[in-house]
Design a protein around this ligand. Structure first.
Ligand code: SF4
Ligand code: SF4
Length: 359
């Protein structure tokens, strides 16, 4: 398999496409400008998920009634993104799907990907999935029709037992789909790199225990001896090293953060000057859209409390240039976390946690 050749041909065809050329032109014209506009849109087409990771908040999605995005809403957003008025200010380079839920649980997921590809042909489509519902029939369509450009997934253990301990789901189902994807990618010569991240049971427990002084909320009833935990990330690495074959495929260790533990940390007396918002740069150039159209500020805001507006009734441009967004960016940069409220009150849960005992 000559991936170099596949990659080069793919790049050439991208550069020859008028949509990509126009996208690059818009980007170049805005380079150096103080306000570079939006570059990424992250869609949560559904906030449902069929696995239950120990590092994912129990109340993810909050109390929202609408759990899946409608076709009309996606159409409205894409129409705006491809309009001249929008392109004057923004150049969307990346559209991410699979934010805050699994896109492949949405009944119209394939149609949604087709709509994005058609309306935004110059943008790269990235997908984050756990592969459980990315079934062989969907993989066939996605690869044949070139609907995705990149896949990110978390595989947090490589035995049925270690995988279940983190994700409470079947390793065999996930690997069946993942291996099918890799086989089809080779057969069809599709230039779709995949990044596998591993946040192991060992790393998550130790990170939360040493970093936040607690045991994970989802494991409160499970007796755990922290000293007997074994680091199995090398097993994940060894398992995938021989199986992944695209030059841009990667296997990475994920650092734990505590966004799933916000409900148990005591924030009284927290010295906010010691912390920073690690997402503020993304916040400035990316939009996060939930199934009901809420533009929320941050992907670690599981309940979507930091609301900038709603694209059902407003335009992306109105929200982007609105005072609320400007105020929020400034407050986060100035570390006014108690004023911002919501998930930012526990900004200590947004920091990468060390898996080593301090001192
Ligand atoms: S982290 Fe992702 S895969 Fe895991 S439960 Fe949450 S939404 Fe699902
Ligand atoms: S401080 Fe607030 S905006 Fe920043 S990463 Fe944490 S939850 Fe997100």
């Amino acid at each position: 398999m000559n991936w170099k050749l596949v990659h080069t041909l793919n790049r050439i065809s991208r550069y020859l496409s008028p949509a990509s050329f126009s996208n690059e032109l818009h980007r170049a014209l805005r380079r150096g400008k103080k306000d570079g506009g939006l570059t990424n849109i992250n869609f949560s087409f559904t906030n449902l998920c069929s696995v239950d990771c120990i590092f994912c908040p129990q109340d993810r999605g909050g109390s929202k009634k609408i759990r899946s995005m409608s076709k009309q809403l996606l159409e409205k957003i894409l129409n705006e993104c491809s309009s001249a008025a929008f392109k004057k200010h923004h150049s969307i380079q990346v559209i991410s799907v699979g934010e805050n839920g699994d896109i492949f649980l949405h009944k119209e997921c394939i149609d949604f990907l087709r709509m994005i590809r058609k309306k935004m042909p110059g943008a790269k489509i990235q997908c984050y999935t756990n592969f459980r519902m990315f079934t062989t029939d969907k993989i066939d369509i996605v690869l044949k029709e070139k609907l995705l450009d990149f896949i990110g997934c978390n595989i947090d253990g490589v035995t049925p037992q270690s995988y279940r301990m983190v994700k409470r789901a079947d390793f065999d189902v996930v690997t069946k789909h993942l291996f099918y994807f890799l086989k089809k990618r080779r057969e069809l010569w599709r230039d779709v790199p995949i990044h596998v991240s591993g946040l192991t049971f060992h790393d998550y427990i130790k990170g939360i225990y040493y970093g936040l002084g607690a045991m994970p909320l989802k494991l409160k009833e499970t007796p755990i001896d922290i000293n007997s935990l074994v680091d199995d990330f090398p097993d994940i690495h060894a398992f995938f090293r021989s199986r992944l074959d695209h030059p841009k495929d990667k296997i990475m260790r994920s650092s734990p953060i505590g966004w799933a533990e916000r409900n148990q940390v005591d924030i009284r007396g927290l010295d906010y000057s010691k912390y920073f918002c690690p997402q503020v740069d993304r916040f400035q150039k990316e939009a996060f859209i939930s199934p009901d159209g809420t533009w929320y500020a941050c992907c670690w805001d599981g309940k979507n409390e930091l609301v900038l507006g709603n694209v059902t009734a407003q335009s992306l441009n109105d929200i982007y240039f609105g005072q609320r967004r400007k105020d929020l960016i400034l407050a986060l940069k100035q570390k006014k976390f108690s004023e911002v409220g919501g998930p930012c009150l526990s900004v200590n849960c947004c920091q990468k946690l060390s898996i080593e005992k301090k001192g």
